[in-house]
Write a protein that binds this ligand. Structure first.
Ligand SMILES: [Zn+2]
Length: 360
């Protein structure tokens, strides 16, 4: 079934269908050949900041988890160790027999970084293509997804969404993908940004979304849900969403100019920001106000909780709170387990979050 191309042109402004009854290279005008598909702008490594709240540890089958305190869903994320590759999964999604999903971590690969062997899944300057392909092979094998075609994107911090009916010939520029076709393993790569996997268990459709601060500001996850609604007749109340490991509100420092952009667009944005805490400051957004004489000047930087922002967007789009699963693992705090571009800079590896429908 080719994707419906008769939809409202405004809504499809940043959506690129890839039907399988056409030349798969039809998107070549926006699909450069290079598979260097992770871009970060303006993210200098920063100092470590301590989380302002202590987190309670939760243990399940021998693994330590940080609780998803911002989510009321009862998801204890599963960590599976398959031949040294450690995968993170959501139990409620792992139960669906037709679905494959998972979030990668750092251990278990063949790439060398700081005298460690790591599972770098993105093509970076410091790693070889051969290593990355072997790491991807190991990751897919650990997921039981060796038979699926990996569809990664050339990510550009946009709100461009690709609808795939078949695997493209080359990686496409964009930051989200969706399909209802078996055999495709949709992927996004991150090393601090927020990966979000969406599942419609009724219509059997899936999407993968990359949301850094620019994508979050552009509401990319809401637009991806809009595409699931339009293309696959999904109902938001049916959808599951898994927000994977990313930089937390404990560590993600941004300039107040970024905060101002969020505040101009989202009524609830003040809840997503925090100041660096030295004590018990009463007003989390006092930097917004004019300071009376004698008071401290407002800070130049604030802390942004991108997970909270994306969870709020999911709720706003009509998802039910118990269907939203948020990992509280912070890439910057957990460098033993994850990659952080902020902490490691150009020497950082890439995590991969994938979702797909099993072939019949
Ligand atoms: Zn952190």
């Amino acid at each position: 079934m080719p994707l419906d191309r008769s939809l409202n042109a405004i809504h499809l402004r940043n959506v690129h269908p890839h039907p399988n009854n056409q030349d798969a290279s039809s998107g070549a005008s926006f699909c450069p050949a290079a598979d260097s598909d992770y871009t970060v702008r303006g993210m200098a490594p920063t100092k470590t900041l301590k989380p302002k709240r202590k987190t309670r540890k939760r243990t399940q089958v021998g693994h330590t988890f940080l609780p998803a305190s911002s989510s009321p869903s009862k998801s204890n994320w599963i960590e599976r160790n398959v031949r040294g590759v450690r995968l993170l999964q959501v139990p409620q999604l792992a139960k669906l027999p037709w679905l494959i999903h998972g979030f990668s971590t750092k251990p278990g690969g063949v790439s060398s970084l700081d005298d460690q062997k790591v599972l770098n899944l993105g093509f970076t300057d410091w790693d070889t293509e051969e290593n990355v392909l072997e790491n991807r092979r190991r990751f897919q094998s650990a997921l039981g997804a060796s038979g699926l075609h990996l569809v990664s994107l050339k990510q550009i911090h946009s709100d461009i969404i690709h609808l795939f009916d078949a695997a493209p010939a080359k990686p496409c520029q964009g930051d989200a993908s969706a399909t209802n076709r078996p055999g495709l393993l949709l992927a996004v790569q991150t090393a601090d940004c927020v990966p979000i996997l969406l599942v419609d268990p009724k219509q059997c459709a899936v999407a993968a979304v990359h949301a850094g601060w620019r994508g979050t500001l552009q509401r990319i996850v809401v637009k991806a849900i809009g595409q699931l609604q339009m293309q696959f007749k999904s109902k938001p109340a049916d959808l599951f969403a898994a927000i994977g490991p990313s930089i937390g509100g404990c560590c993600y420092e941004v300039g107040t100019e970024v905060a101002t952009q969020f505040l101009s667009q989202f009524a609830e944005a003040p809840e997503w920001f925090d100041e660096f805490r030295t004590g018990d400051e009463p007003n989390p957004v006092q930097w917004l106000n004019m300071m009376p004489p004698g008071h401290q000047p407002p800070p130049q930087n604030v802390l942004l909780d991108l997970r909270k922002a994306n969870r709020a967007q999911l709720l706003g789009a009509g998802l039910r709170a118990p269907n939203i699963f948020v990992s509280d693992l912070c890439t910057a705090c957990r460098r033993d387990l994850l990659f952080s571009y902020r902490k490691e800079g150009a020497q950082s590896g890439r995590l991969m979050s994938v979702i797909g429908i099993r072939p019949a």
